[in-house]
Design a protein around this ligand. Structure first.
Ligand SMILES: C[S@@+](CC[C@H](N)C(=O)[O-])C[C@H]1O[C@@H](n2cnc3c(N)ncnc32)[C@H](O)[C@@H]1O
Length: 265
């Protein structure tokens, strides 16, 4: 994104190399991870970022990894302080508080790809639904969606987002533990979208019993290449067809984010 280039000559070269070149934009908020060695230069970093993105109202320094049950991060504001924003993605609007819920703008194109596969009248189950970035575009395509999310704040934002995007009559939100869904919900779905929290599921298995005959699962997960091969082999042996296996993003050394499209018999 060129932030380092903008700060050349302002921050000494031996420190500048430590600054990530990229940052994430969620609505009017920019999120950047500034290493401790560079905090003396926060003001210069803010000036450079605002010059690139004049619409930015808040800049947050991400001081910890995504963690905990709700998959939230620790931030220190270095410009502005409002952590509530509205993010626009392919015609949809998502309101959220980045300090209280998980949201990543990086998955927008995959969310669009999945939504484009939906046919009106499908029944779709979405565990780990967050503020609704998978659920809302899918409901907008005419599907009946059941979304489960454990974070009260994320459920509240998802309810607001469903209303604001005109899909609340087709999006049913349950606040609860998605890991219990295969025990408590006694129904099947034509499609299941599983945006797995990091490290929680080592296979989509617990949700497969909720899939109708001929249904499709989109499983978003994190693992190394060897683990992914084992998962695909296991699914294939059980008669599932892996239609697509796409690697999108490196989250730790040798650990990738994957999206599998899986079709039931
Ligand atoms: C990786 S985030 C994905 C959120 C959303 N689908 C998105 O892509 O923006 C995982 C979400 O699952 C929620 N979560 C974690 N454990 C859960 C559980 N056992 N049941 C339901 N939701 C859970 C977290 O609060 C978080 O919102």
């Amino acid at each position: 994104m060129g932030l380092r280039r903008d700060l050349t000559g302002i921050i000494p070269d031996d420190l500048l190399i430590l600054l990530p070149d990229g940052y994430e934009i969620i609505g009017t908020i920019a999120i950047i991870s500034i290493p401790p060695e560079l905090t003396l230069f926060n003001e210069q970093i803010v000036t450079a970022l605002r010059a690139r993105r004049p619409s930015i109202q808040t800049i947050l320094n991400k001081t910890g990894d995504v963690n905990g049950l709700f998959r939230t991060s620790q931030y220190t504001p270095i410009f502005g302080e409002n952590t509530i924003t509205e993010h626009r993605e392919y015609g949809f609007r998502y309101r959220l508080d980045v300090s209280k819920v998980y949201f990543s703008s990086k998955m927008g194109s995959e969310r669009k790809r999945i939504a484009d596969l939906i046919k009106s009248g499908e029944t779709v189950f979405i565990p780990f639904a967050g503020v609704g970035p998978y659920a809302i575009p899918v409901a907008a395509r005419g599907a009946e969606v059941l979304a489960i999310e454990i974070n009260k704040s994320a459920c509240s934002w998802m309810t607001i987002n469903a209303l604001e995007n005109g899909v609340s009559s087709r999006l049913h939100i349950i606040r609860g533990d998605a890991m219990q869904a295969n025990q408590t919900l006694r129904r099947k779905f034509s499609r299941i979208i599983i945006p797995t929290p990091y490290g929680l599921l080592n296979g989509p298995d617990i949700f497969l019993s909720m899939l109708s005959e001929g249904g499709t699962v989109h499983w978003i997960s994190f693992s190394n290449s060897m683990q992914m091969k084992e998962i695909i082999d296991r699914l294939t042996e059980r008669g599932y067809q892996v239609l697509r296996c796409h690697q999108c993003g490196n989250v730790a050394p040798s650990v990738y984010r994957w999206i599998l499209d899986i079709k039931a018999k």
